[in-house]
Design a binder for this molecule. Structure first.
Ligand SMILES: [Zn+2]
Length: 383
């Protein structure tokens, strides 16, 4: 590269760069699509994607060295090679006429600056994914919670309604999630805490469990507690007064009590979670149908949940993550949960009511249906 030459040259315009890239593409397409695959060199030697890109860069560099001198650096050259590679992938993979690229647009081969960080209209994509190839796998840092059922059949979706968080209901919005499960399926304490049972009208037989919010998503507020509400149970072994329970302990069995007794509603566990500032507040939480307001502590919790889990996990939901101080229970299962049972086909008459988690949640960093898997050898300690 000739710096003295460069100093006299103006920077190439985007149009000029595009013209060079276009010529490179035209020249490359001929041999590239016909050498037995994008990941073979012209001599037939297999190479990696990285190797292919390097090869392209060298080839363009040798052919269009003049432009390298103009550009003063290899950066633009590499960008051209990358864009040309991508264009060739689509040109070859498209199955069109390999010798005639006339239908292939060669405009804007030099990418415009990415708007992703500047454009405020894209702010709502704040959990949005980088490109797949760049996305590392994600799993919670210190998972402690158990899955609330011994099986996973996903979400109830049937004539009685959709079981996802904040789904429309005659009374407003669904305050929890409906986990599809056969009557008699054991229901599990998700965490160490205090539990009591009750009979609650439309909710049927319930167990309420109060636990500390795990440190990884509590934002350092050790007083934060979550009240977990398991509804429509058929049986429970938990007394009506508060007593201590251990994570993983069976609390009862899935049933069809309360308004889940309708034949239009498939058997499920209705589970909801409310975050409160202290254990005392959580023990007083009634999970009444009205929409309880969030306090400052709950608001701070949602910031921690976002920063500590939802953003690093690139986890997005079809609805809001919260309704005042109620949190979407599936998010808590992901952000605090140990490995869950694999999702399996629902048996018998539940079959038609089964929706996968991926209908409502997305992440490019883990499989939302299978749940995040430990990245390293996990400590499966019983806490
Ligand atoms: Zn429900």
């Amino acid at each position: 590269m000739s710096l003295t030459h460069d100093a006299a040259q103006p920077q190439p315009t985007r149009r000029e760069k595009n013209a060079v890239a276009s010529r490179s593409l035209e020249a490359l397409r001929g041999f590239w699509c016909n050498t037995g695959g994008l990941y073979s060199t012209p001599t037939g030697q297999q190479t990696s994607r990285r190797g292919t890109t390097t090869l392209l860069a060298r080839w363009v560099g040798a052919k269009y060295g003049q432009w390298v001198r103009i550009s003063r650096s290899g950066v633009d050259l590499v960008r051209i090679a990358l864009v040309a590679s991508a264009a060739l992938v689509s040109a070859c993979a498209g199955g069109g006429n390999k010798n005639d690229g006339s239908d292939h647009p060669v405009m804007d081969l030099v990418p415009r600056p990415s708007p992703s960080t500047e454009d405020p209209s894209l702010a709502k994509r704040k959990y949005g994914a980088p490109e797949k190839a760049e996305m590392p796998r994600w799993a919670p840092a210190s998972p402690t919670w158990a899955f609330p059922l011994l099986t996973d059949h996903g979400v109830r979706v049937d004539d009685g309604g959709q079981g996802n968080f904040l789904a429309p209901r005659s009374h407003g919005k669904h305050n929890g999630i409906d986990m599809l499960a056969e009557v008699g399926t054991p229901v599990i304490a998700m965490c160490n805490g205090k539990a009591k049972s009750d009979d609650r009208g439309g909710y049927g037989r319930i167990v309420q469990l109060v636990c500390p919010v795990p440190g990884s998503i509590s934002g350092g507020d050790a007083d934060l507690h979550v009240s977990i509400f398991y509804a429509h149970l058929s049986k429970t072994s938990i007394p009506k007064a508060w007593s201590r329970v251990k994570s993983g302990q069976a609390l009862g069995l899935v049933g069809k009590t309360g308004n889940a007794s309708s034949p239009r509603i498939s058997a499920h566990l209705h589970i909801e979670m409310i975050v409160r500032a202290s254990e005392d507040e959580a023990l007083e939480e009634t999970h009444s149908g009205v929409n309880p307001k969030a306090g400052a502590a709950a608001n701070a919790f949602f910031d921690s949940l976002r920063e500590g889990c939802l953003e690093p996990a690139h986890l997005t939901t079809q609805t809001d993550v919260r309704r005042e101080r109620r949190v979407d229970p599936f998010l808590m299962m992901v952000c605090a949960g140990r490995a869950k049972p694999d999702i399996t086909a629902a048996p018998g008459k539940l079959q038609g009511a089964q929706a996968k988690w991926s209908k409502f949640y997305k992440s490019p960093a883990f499989d939302v249906d299978r749940g995040p898997k430990p990245l390293a050898k996990s400590a499966e300690g019983d806490d």
